[in-house]
Design a protein around this ligand. Structure first.
Ligand code: MG
Length: 248
């Protein structure tokens, strides 16, 4: 069931979303060769705790950390541990924060040191596909309009769209209806209405679209070993279009 938020609830979501993106960049600020992923995660958790929030992902379905950190060919749900970053890595950080009864959810892929031109292009196209997707949003538009726009941008650049994981409604629960795929057909799918809050999150692979999961039950990697990037914001649907809630 899709839950619409009233203005009071939207105000609370703005707070949780602001904290979410602040926590992400607090963690990202230490990205450098030689840093362990767990150090980034700890920084994110401490930032949330200091501001009275709870990490949405910690213990969610048994997930053991406060953020997902996915390096290079890891698409999503990487568990931040002892892995050390090296020059040229691309680092996808996905963060959720729960504050005053509402979740925020956002992700960015950030370079570690000097990255390849191809990696830079992948990150930029993934970001652009998000903005092309949300440019379609208005009260009465459809989820498929977002999906088709994201897919078009990604594939026009020669990249591919992950099918197994999708965006979602977000609010009192981390994952609410509707699902928001990053591929699909304009004019199809559930309608969007003012008061909906959704996480739009393209996951784009430099190579083929196929992915597999490690036997840790979480980490998702590209089948062909190619790089993958992630860009996510929680947005509110308004009469005038999408408003990004997880923006600094
Ligand atoms: Mg999400």
């Amino acid at each position: 069931m899709i839950k619409l938020k009233n203005s009071n609830q939207l105000a609370k979501m703005k707070d949780s979303c602001k904290l979410t993106v602040e926590a992400l960049y607090e963690g990202a600020s230490i990205i450098a060769p030689g840093i362990a992923l767990v150090e980034i995660d700890t920084r994110i958790r401490r930032y949330m705790e200091k501001h009275g929030a709870t990490p949405s992902f910690l213990n969610y379905g048994g997930f053991p950390k406060s953020s997902c950190i996915s390096v290079n060919d890891t698409v999503i749900h990487g568990i931040p541990g002892k892995q050390i970053l090296k020059d040229g890595d691309i680092v996808s950080i996905d963060v959720g924060a729960y504050l005053n009864g509402f979740h925020g959810d956002c992700a960015r892929t950030i370079p570690c040191g000097k990255i390849s031109a191809e990696a830079e292009r992948l990150i930029e196209v993934t970001r652009q596909s998000f903005f092309d997707g949300i440019a379609t949003v208005r009260s009465g538009s459809r989820v498929g309009d977002i999906s088709a726009a994201v897919q078009k941008t990604a594939e026009a650049a020669g990249f591919s769209v992950v099918r197994e994981f999708v965006g979602h409604g977000v609010g009192e629960a981390l994952h609410e209806d509707p699902s928001v795929p990053n591929y699909g057909t304009a004019g199809k799918g559930p309608r969007l209405y003012s008061g909906m809050t959704i996480a739009v999150e393209p996951m784009i692979n430099a190579g083929r679209k196929e992915v597999y999961q490690l036997d840790d039950g979480w980490t998702v990697k590209t089948m062909d070993g190619s790089l993958s990037a992630h860009y996510e914001n929680t947005i509110a649907v308004t009469e005038d279009g999408a408003v990004i809630l997880t923006e600094l």
